[in-house]
Structure formats: C-alpha cells, structure tokens
Design a protein around this ligand. Structure first.
Ligand code: FO1
Length: 322
C-alpha cells in the first residue's frame, strides 16, 4: 500500500526506547510490510562522549532490526571486539561506557555527518539504509533533548546515572532538557494523520526514561490523544517486576506501586488499550476502571516467535479498538 505521495502508507507507529521496545519492533517488522512501520526512538539517552555523539536507543533499534544486535546485552553489535577500548584503557582514557570497535564506527560516522550539517533523521536514514533496514526509524525530534535524572545526591546526566553509577542512586524525578523547545518530528505528524494507520503502539519500554521524554515534546501527547488510530500500550512491568532495567526500582523510589496498573495510569490520558501479561490478569478490572480496554496475553518476549506473537496480538487488539 502506498499513500498519495507514493510512499509506503504507515500502518503502525511504534514508540520505543531501547532493548524492550526493539524486541516488539522486530516482531512488528515480521508481520507488517516493514516500510509501513514508523518506529519513533527515544533520544533522551543521547549524549556526547569522547567527542562522539552517541544515540543508544536509535542504535539498539537499528542493530536489532538489522539482526546484528548483541543478544546478551541488547545494545552494541554481536561478536564485536574491544581493541579500541583496550588501547584507550592503556592511555588512561574513559572506559566506563563500553564502545565496541564496530559500534564505534556507527558513532564516528554519525558524529561526522552531524558535524557536516545533516540532521539526526538524515543520518539515521543513511545508517539504516546501509544496514538494509526497511522499517522506518526516526528520532523523536531532530532537536536535542537530554534526560536528566534527579537523585537525592543531585542531578545526573542519563548515561552517568544508567551506566557510570549503574542506576544505584535513588531517583526523585526526571527532567528533559531542551524538550520545551524541541519540535516533534514531522514524519510522526504526517503518519498520525494517515488514513491507513491502524495502531500507535507504546512499546514495553521504561515509561519514565524512554516514553516520557517523547511526551515532554510539545504537541506529542495531544497528537496521540487526538489520533483516529488507537494508542495501545504494552506493559513493561510483569508480576511486579520490570522485564529489564531500572523501571521497578524507579517506581519504588518514586513511591509508585510496582504494578502494571501504575503504568496504565501513566498512559491513561492518551492510550485506549493496555496489554497486560497473564500474570497480572487480576489488575484488568482496575485498568478498565481507568477507561482503558485491556488485552491479557503473553507479553514476555524470550524468542523471536514470542516477539511475533505479541506483535500479532497487539495489532489484532488495536483493530478491535478502532
Ligand atoms: N549500557 C551499559 O550498561 N554499559 C555500557 O557500557 C553501555 C555502552 C553502550 C554503548 C553504546 C550503546 O548504544 C549503548 C550502550 N549501553 C551501555 C546501553 C545504554 O546505556 C542505553 O542507554 C540503555 O540501553 C538504556 O536505553
């Protein structure tokens, strides 16, 4: 299907952070025509390090959709080597943020293209094309937004909190520097108005550090709430635990019950459907009381088949909600 301008009609928009979101994006790319999927990546994790512009969620999504992601960590490239890091360590350089040799090429090429004046979207399109990815991946904005993690010991840049301090400090809140003046990516605005759009999927990413940076950009939350296509969110919390990363720890520190329904409440202003794991079926009533329709299914994605099955369930659910 193509739209009036001849481009692939967008059937699904997926809002994604890194590892968890990338799994579902991969599942969607197996059941829909990849060019009909628009994946919007969180860029609040992005930072300048060693003179390089590093965009972790864009890279995790790209590597995952290209089938080259490191399966153990979910980030970086499978079977990458560490010669650069070893040499840097011998020089006394900063090695707290691990950069594999092949991954380093991505950061270097992106940094040089950005310095030459290309936008982050243009660089992302060039890299994903080279990686043979047909699913469209865009940054949430071409303007810089930096997540700052507020802790009892003071504010931390995202990667300092997440990697250097290993998520140890207790969080008290988050700030998204630059969000107020960031412009939503025009491709997202266009896709939200496409007649063939069937679903806007909020992937099972951390609501605070992967989805909220997007919602902090003026107009995005309203555009999602006003879209004809239903917004369907997949819970990143199963049986009181987060599948990956510090979501549960953050919820405890913020005084929010570690439960799927807390995430549902977080999205209730614009989501129409919520996808809950079987383990949390007991919360369905409370989530429906928030005004959301609920789908109970298997949401833990261990295998590629799990990713595909969840993608199919989410799209079927969205079609019922329309
Ligand atoms: N996460 C870590 O826990 N340790 C690392 O050394 C690390 C390096 C790294 C390099 C490139 C990249 O794209 C991601 C990297 N990540 C690392 C993950 C990164 O912190 C992401 O922001 C998280 O995956 C959260 O989205």
């Amino acid at each position: 299907m193509t739209n009036k301008s001849g481009a692939a009609a967008t059937r699904c928009i997926a809002l994604s952070g890194g590892v968890g979101g990338a799994k579902l994006a991969l599942g969607l790319s197996r059941i829909l025509d990849p060019p009909s999927i628009l994946v919007v990546a969180n860029c609040g994790d992005d930072f300048d390090h060693l003179g390089l512009r590093i965009c972790p969620d864009l890279d995790t999504l790209s590597y995952t959709l290209a089938g080259i992601a490191n399966p153990e960590t979910g980030w970086g490239i499978a079977n990458d080597t560490g010669s650069f890091m070893d040499a840097l360590s011998r020089l006394g350089g900063e090695t707290w943020f691990h950069l594999g040799d092949k991954d380093l090429a991505t950061h270097a090429e992106r940094t040089w293209r950005l310095a030459a004046g290309e936008s982050l979207s243009e660089v992302t399109a060039a890299i994903t094309r080279r990686l043979g990815i047909e699913t469209r991946i865009i940054p949430m904005s071409d303007d810089s937004v930096a997540t700052v993690v507020e802790t009892a010991a003071g504010p931390l840049a995202f990667q300092h909190y997440f990697v250097r301090e290993r998520c140890a400090p207790a969080v008290t809140g988050f700030r998204f520097e630059g969000a107020a003046s960031a412009r939503v990516h025009p491709s997202l605005v266009v896709a939200l108005a496409e007649p063939d759009l069937e679903a806007i999927v909020v992937c099972p990413s951390n609501p605070f550090i992967s989805i909220d940076p997007m919602l902090a950009i003026p107009g995005i939350r309203e555009a999602l709430a006003g879209a004809d296509a239903p917004v369907v969110a997949v819970s990143p919390v199963v049986a009181g635990k987060a599948i990956k990363g510090p979501t549960a720890k953050m919820m405890v520190e913020l005084g929010i019950p570690v439960a799927a329904q807390s995430v549902a409440a977080h999205y209730a202003g614009f989501a129409r459907g919520f996808v809950l794991d079987h383990a949390d079926e007991g919360e369905a009533g409370a989530i429906r009381a928030l005004g959301l329709e609920v789908l109970v299914t298997e949401t833990v994605m261990r295998t590629l088949d799990d990713r595909v099955a969840l993608a199919e369930a989410v799209m079927r659910f969205a079609r019922v909600l329309t």
